[in-house]
Design a protein around this ligand. Structure first.
Ligand SMILES: Cc1ncc(COP(=O)(O)O)c(C=O)c1O
Length: 401
């Protein structure tokens, strides 16, 4: 069988399951208004939530770095790729998050795939929230540690699972997301972290969506909930609110050293390119200097959730700038996404395996720089689509009877 035959056969199965995906083509810098698949739309599907990716200071920092240092680091960090710029970024990240040290990774996915196996192995256990990001799940697989899952956000379940895990294993690592990327709910860290501490487990928080967007100083979910001191390992990405690319692990000095020595995604991969590093540094300064961005982001998300609630549309359990609108059925979700695009709005439909089967949804992500009238226009269009969908669903169930 040729590779193309194998690929076609597998794609056939994906199509039959209703989960075939294609990539949309976007034009221009990511902004509230842009072109998607050749259409001018209002964007509600990006991760550049503070609108920093095209900020003049961020762009100028990247351009200057390209001029002064070139477009590549030119190697892995341990062989010729460790620039003074990387070390400076890491010092600034550590200062920003109040940790002794930080280490940059090429992506958040790689940070999670590196840090979990660095801390635990086959004799150990990971205790994971049921809904953590795929990169944490893959990090657990690479670690070959026993994985115990507790009920999403449930401190009693965490307590019970930890009791069993700590009795049976040498070391236990609890892994959590700060903001759950498909539901937009916050981990109840005030309840979960003390439970982990009581069992003497290590705590890893992946706050990819909280960094820059939440907390009085933009330090994320742990700052917002006042538990930063209880987090041993903070994973964050530079490619979402910080408007650049890459990621980091923030924690202790020995943790950083351990990662440099053992984290395979760090060791066997090219270092971040200078423009990405300098863009992230500029964005970090803007996050500190312009709190209005995260305030406006959360205000826009609150406005959107309220408008939808007034029309009877649930966005539960979201309390953040990730706003899910559950539809359930895969085909209906994708059809709604397409109709919204025709009306000039882009909010991506999300299906299994990104979310559990039967919980397909539109994942709506406002930006700090959407205006009230843009939020309202989107909410009106979505309410309209959801209402016609209800009529359609009612018609179908009447016919079925
Ligand atoms: C919770 C979470 N962790 C990690 C990642 C991966 O980050 P990156 O895009 O930098 O690989 C993402 C991004 O999709 C995420 O949502």
């Amino acid at each position: 069988m040729s590779v193309e035959d194998v690929a076609r056969e597998k794609l056939g199965a994906i199509r039959a399951r209703g989960t075939y995906r294609r990539m949309r083509v976007l034009d221009g810098a990511q902004a509230p208004r842009m072109r998607v698949d050749g259409r001018d739309v209002l964007l509600f599907a990006g991760s550049n939530s503070l609108d920093l990716a095209r900020h003049p200071e961020v762009v100028e920092a990247a351009a200057r770095a390209a001029r002064d240092y070139g477009c590549a680091a030119g190697g892995s960090r341990l062989i010729s790729g460790n620039l003074a710029l990387h070390e400076r970024l890491e010092e600034e990240l550590a200062a920003f998050f109040g940790t002794p040290a930080a280490l940059a990774f090429s992506t958040g996915y790689m940070a999670n795939a590196g840090v979990i196996p660095a801390l635990v192995g086959p004799e150990d256990a990971v205790v994971s929230d049921a809904l953590v990001h795929a990169s944490l799940i893959d990090g657990c697989r690479l670690a070959r540690a026993a994985v115990h899952v507790f009920e999403h956000g449930d401190a009693d379940s965490l307590d019970a699972v930890l009791r069993a895990a700590t009795a049976a294993h040498r070391r236990v690592l609890v892994v959590l997301d700060g903001v759950y990327s498909m539901d937009g709910d916050l981990a109840p860290l005030r309840e979960l972290v003390p439970v982990a501490r009581r069992h003497d487990a290590m705590v890893l928080l992946d706050d990819a969506h909280g960094i820059g967007a939440l907390g009085a100083r933009g330090r994320g979910s742990a700052e917002l909930l006042g538990v930063a001191d209880g987090i041993d390992v903070l994973v964050g990405t530079l490619g979402k609110a910080l408007g650049s690319f890459g990621a980091f692990v923030a924690g202790g000095v020995a943790l950083r050293e351990l990662l440099v020595n053992t984290a395979r995604p760090f060791i066997f991969s090219c270092a971040l390119a200078p423009p990405q590093v300098e863009a992230a540094r500029a964005a970090l300064r803007l996050v500190a200097r312009e709190p209005w961005r995260r305030e406006s982001l959360q205000a826009n998300a609150t406005r959107l959730r309220k408008r939808l609630a007034q029309a009877g549309i649930s966005t539960a359990p979201s309390t953040t700038h990730i706003v899910p609108v559950r539809i359930g059925d895969n085909a209906m979700t994708m059809a709604t996404c397409e109709r919204l695009l025709e009306r000039g709005f882009y909010a991506q439909g999300i299906r299994w395996p990104s979310v559990p089967e039967g919980t397909a949804r539109l994942r709506v992500t406002p930006m700090a720089t959407h205006t009230d009238s843009e939020i309202d226009a989107f909410a009106d269009a979505l309410c309209d689509e959801m209402a016609s969908q209800t009529v359609l669903a009612e018609g179908l169930s009447t016919r079925a009877r």
